[in-house]
Design a protein. Sequence first.
Lengths: 113, 114
Amino acid sequence: AQSVTQLGSHVSVSEGALVLLRCNYSSSVPPYLFWYVQYPNQGLQLLLKYTTGATLVKGINGFEAEFKKSETSFHLTKPSAHMSDAAEYFCAVRETAGNKLTFGGGTRVLVKP
Amino acid sequence: NAGVMQNPRHLVRRRGQEARLRCSPMKGHSHVYWYRQLPEEGLKFMVYLQKENIIDESGMPKERFSAEFPKEGPSILRIQQVVRGDSAAYFCASSPTTDFNEQFFGPGTRLTVL
């Protein structure tokens, strides 16, 4: 079965510092990859996705992620954290032949002034 | 274009009661997915439905849980005889087709079982 691992359930960064959230998946066949953000008591909003093509994907709010097949990773980065980035972030994969999303455990980001 | 609608947003039930959670997909979307988020955990897939059909229910608990997506009206996730362990946030997502890669999520229903 597909699995997704997010290293670090909590990350604390200073405002203006780099944000790096790690995601590794288990599939031997490159799946579709997603990052979602969840603000308190809200649903999930898509930040970015990788399906095919360029392995560096740019998303909303200045986030980007790079698909590395050799490392089975899809880490999320943002060069400079903003207070509004405080939220929980979920990495998810969808097998190309299936429909359901498999989510990682989530990483809660705290931004310090 | 309204997003995915879920109601109620918050639901409180006592043990043994029934919970009914509703999901109206985005306009034009005929595929609905239900996910459950237990406290301090990620989302777990429960069921995938198209109009009048259950396509994949591999994530549904074997007992007490059922889902439907009728020809008319919202998708319903029904939990019978709720227990404290059912307390969670239940999210619905929709997509227009299976070829479309993105699922659009609703705000969720937070179920509390007393």
